[in-house]
Design a protein around this ligand. Structure first.
Ligand code: HEC
Length: 245
C-alpha cells in the first residue's frame, strides 16, 4: 500500500476527510468538491503529463506516465474505487494533495492553480485505478510524433532540443552522426529540468528553462541510446536512438 494512503480510512464515507482535510470531507459527502462536469479533463491530462510535471513523479496508466518518485496513483486509488468512492471523491483527494502536500514532501505545493488544478484533479479522479485506455480527444493528448523525427549531425554538431511543452520527450526520437568527435547539445525551453546523455558515453549537465545541456564525445560507428538522466524521464519516453556511421 502506498505510504500516503496507508493511514487513510476510506470507510465510512466521510472519514477520508478527517485524515486529509476539508476539501475531501466535502467531496466524500457529495456536497461539493470537484465536479467533473465543470472540469476540462483534456486540459487536466495535458497538464498532468506535461507542464505540471505530475507524471514525472507518478505512474498513471491512462496518462501513460511512469514516474517513480511519488506513489503509483492507480495503486493509490484502486481500493477507494472498490470501496465505492466515485470520480469526484477521488478528484477531491487529488485536489487537496495538489494544494496541501505533506510538509517537507518532495511534491511542491500548487504546481497547478485555480481551474487548472481542478482540471488535473478531475482527470486523475476519472482514470486513477481504472484499466483500459483513454478514448476520444483524451487519447490524443501526449502523443507527439517526435519519435519518428530524426536529428542529423552537421559539422560535428548534433542538436536535440527538449520538447518545449514539458512532455517528457526530446523533439527527435532518432539521430544520426558520422563517426568521430561530436558535440551534442540539448536546448531546454521546457518548464522542467532535463539533460542529455549517451548511454555509456558521457553526459551534459542538468539544465532548467533557457539552458543548454551540452557535451563533446568521440563516437565509433554503432547504435547508441541518448536519454535524459533525470529520474523517471527516460522511463517515460525521454530517450532515442543515435546511429553513428
Ligand atoms: C517531485 C515529485 C512529485 C511531483 C512533481 C508531483 N508529486 Fe504527487 N506525490 C509525490 C510524493 C513523493 C508523494 C507521497 C506523499 C507526499 O510526500 O506528500 C505524492 C503524493 C501524491 C498524491 C497522494 C497519493 C497517495 O498515495 O495518497 C497524489 C494524489 C498526488 N501526489 C498527485 C500529484 C499531482 C496531481 C501532481 C501534479 C500537479 C503531482 N502529484 C506532482 C511526488 C510528486
Amino acid at each position: 500500500m502506498p505510504l500516503a494512503l496507508a493511514h487513510r480510512n476510506w470507510r465510512p464515507v466521510c472519514a477520508a476527510g478527517v485524515a486529509v482535510g476539508v476539501v475531501v470531507a466535502a467531496a466524500g459527502c457529495g456536497t461539493s468538491g470537484v465536479s467533473p462536469s465543470h472540469a476540462d479533463v483534456v486540459n487536466g491530462k495535458k497538464l498532468f503529463a506535461g507542464k505540471a510535471t505530475c507524471g514525472s513523479c507518478h505512474t498513471l496508466q491512462r496518462a501513460g506516465t511512469k514516474g517513480t518518485q511519488g506513489p503509483n496513483l492507480d495503486a493509490a486509488f484502486v481500493n477507494a474505487r472498490n470501496n465505492g468512492f466515485g470520480d469526484s471523491a477521488i478528484a477531491g483527494v487529488v485536489l487537496d494533495q495538489i494544494h496541501h502536500p505533506r510538509r517537507g514532501s518532495i511534491m511542491p505545493a500548487g504546481l497547478v492553480k485555480g481551474q487548472d488544478a481542478e482540471d488535473v484533479a478531475a482527470y486523475v479522479g476519472s482514470v486513477a485505478g481504472k484499466t483500459g485506455k483513454d478514448t476520444g480527444l483524451l487519447a490524443q493528448v501526449g502523443t507527439t510524433n517526435n519519435a519518428s523525427k530524426t536529428a542529423v549531425e552537421k559539422g560535428g554538431k548534433l542538436t536535440i532540443p527538449a520538447d518545449p511543452t514539458g512532455a517528457l520527450a526530446y523533439e527527435f526520437g532518432k539521430a544520426t552522426a558520422t563517426a568521430g568527435k561530436v558535440t551534442i547539445s540539448m536546448p531546454n525551453q521546457a518548464p522542467i529540468q532535463h539533460d542529455i546523455s549517451i548511454q555509456g558515453d558521457g553526459k551534459g549537465p542538468v539544465v532548467g528553462t533557457g539552458g543548454t545541456s551540452t557535451f563533446t564525445t568521440t563516437l565509433k560507428p554503432g547504435t547508441y541510446t541518448f536519454l535524459c538522466t533525470v529520474p523517471g524521464h527516460a522511463q517515460a519516453g525521454m530517450k532515442g536512438t543515435l546511429t553513428v556511421k
